[in-house]
Design a protein around this ligand. Structure first.
Ligand code: BG6
Length: 485
């Protein structure tokens, strides 16, 4: 299989927060990989912008170090790295003052695609938007990229949307949720809407329930001060899990086109029912197996912030009424695993002996690790001795099915940045979507905040999450798939 590289137009990409963690870890390594793939045009320029007075050479060596840290050795031939660094510029800019803006202005060209990436603390989004605009840097085709978190509740997201709308048209705003850039997430759409096999069964009549799991092994060490004010609900559920739920549950859009897709996602979010208290579990990891607990990690012995959430979500529409979507995410769990499990119903009537019956069909869409899909089907156990049924996987790990190129799956950030340059908003969240998602999560968070004596349920670091999360499913006669890779 040969990957196809579709060229993009020449661009000036300004990265505010160009020296920060995300820029070093994801954005610049991603751009470098696009450069290696031959997708970055010779005239493309990436301009780092931050407060420190680094100069272009200083910035290039900072990024050279970042590439050493975050790009595999065999992908860093010296001439390729040097060629990529030639594309980089740097401007020292003060987001809240006037320093550097004249310099930045003189660095930008009129004839190329222009994009500003706000990879900064959310507190600076409005300042940056205002200054970019005030300095006359916004042309009709200019784009801005806004990192999450997009607000911390409905009110703040609304305020931010309103603020951005005073300077930019919605078609210029690219709100990133990097889960939408993951290869398998797009494959979910390809599988659902590119095959005749699944869609007729994709509803409450045939699907018993859906499980969406995003389990991480990492704790919050290092990001404690951000995370402790946020928690798993704001950090993961309102955005990443919500997007996975939308893509699984949405109606087929009429075209694979940005607003057609986003309209359908929005309808799903708006159809989500308010979550009653017994249908949510929150948890917090405690020290185990030599790993510190959450309270030690955030250095706040009184914290009641959750590092784990499980929810039984219900979509009140014709397609899904009666089929729950169970969501679960947490830090310091047993394995790093993100997957969507679609559990079909049992056949209505079995012609086989009761004890010969196979398990219901199950489609697993794995985002990470080992991107791929796996459909469990029932067959006859080979050999004599009567009709005994077993379920076997029809496994489609992309790396096995598509050969070595599939292992080099494009990182979410590289894909999304190229989409910004192409002007394709399909994989970015629209303002109304973000607001609707907050409208659903806010009451849950408010109920927790109303009584901060309510502590999240404890779970062992390195475990499967709190007992209460298991009970959430047992209550319905169902069980979570193991967190195991
Ligand atoms: C980020 C969250 O958006 O996603 C992090 O802020 C989380 O807390 C990360 O660790 C997970 O992303 P991925 O791609 O590693 O699954």
């Amino acid at each position: 299989m040969v990957s196809r590289v579709i060229p993009v137009d020449p661009f000036d990409l300004v990265i505010f927060g160009g020296t920060g963690d995300l820029a070093r870890r994801k954005i610049l390594p991603g751009l470098y990989r696009r450069y290696l793939a031959g997708q970055m045009p010779a005239e493309a320029r990436v301009i780092g912008a931050a407060r420190s007075d680094l100069g272009v050479e200083g910035y290039r060596s900072l990024i050279a170090e970042a590439l050493e840290e975050f790009v595999a050795d065999d992908m860093r031939p010296a001439e390729a790295v040097a060629g990529f660094l030639d594309h980089l510029g740097y401007v020292a800019v003060d987001a809240r003052g006037e320093t550097g803006w004249a310099d930045l202005t003189s660095n930008l060209r009129d004839s190329v695609v222009r994009a500003f990436y706000f990879s900064v603390t959310p507190a600076l989004f409005s300042d940056l938007a205002e200054r970019v605009h005030a300095h006359g840097l916004v042309e009709p085709d200019t784009r801005i990229v806004v990192e999450k978190p997009f607000g911390r509740d409905l009110a703040s997201a609304r305020a931010l949307n309103a603020e951005l709308a005073t300077h930019f048209d919605e078609s210029q705003i690219y709100r990133i949720d990097h889960y939408l850039g993951k290869e398998t997430v797009q494959n979910l759409m390809a599988v659902r809407f590119g095959n005749i096999l699944f869609e007729p069964l994709w509803n409450a009549q045939y699907i018993d329930h859906v499980q969406i799991t995003v389990a991480e092994t990492v704790g919050v060490g290092g990001r404690g001060s951000y995370y402790d004010k946020s928690g798993a609900m704001r950090d993961m559920v309102q955005n990443h899990l919500m997007q996975l739920l939308c893509l699984t549950a949405m109606e087929p859009p009429a075209q694979f086109e940005p607003d057609a897709v986003r309209d359908e996602k929005l309808k799903v979010i708006r159809a989500l029912q308010a979550v009653p208290e017994p249908d949510v579990v929150r948890g917090q990891y405690t020290a185990a197996g030599g790993m510190p607990g959450y309270l030690e990690d955030v250095e706040n012995p009184d914290s009641t912030t959750e590092s784990f959430v499980a929810i039984r979500a219900q979509i009140a529409n014709w397609r899904w009424s009666g089929t729950p979507f169970y969501l679960r995410t947490g830090k310091r769990l047993r394995a790093r695993l993100s997957e969507i499990v679609v559990r079909f119903k049992q056949t209505r009537h079995s012609i086989f002996d009761a004890d010969a019956r196979g398990a219901p069909n199950e489609l697993t869409i794995r985002l990470q690790p080992d991107e791929g899909m796996d459909l469990r089907v029932t067959i006859k156990e080979p050999g004599p001795g009567g009709m005994r049924l077993i379920d076997v996987p029809l496994d489609m790990t992309f790396a096995d099915a598509l050969g070595p190129d599939a292992e080099d799956v494009t990182d979410a950030y590289e894909r999304l940045i190229m989409d910004v340059i192409r002007g394709n908003q399909t994989l970015f969240m629209r303002g109304d979507e973000v607001e609707a998602a907050w409208a659903w999560t806010d009451p849950i968070i408010e109920s927790w905040e109303a009584d901060d004596r309510l502590r999240p349920a404890p779970y062992d670091a390195g475990g499967a999450g709190p007992e209460e999360a298991l009970a959430l499913m047992h209550r319905d006669g169902r069980r979570w798939k193991d967190i195991r890779t």
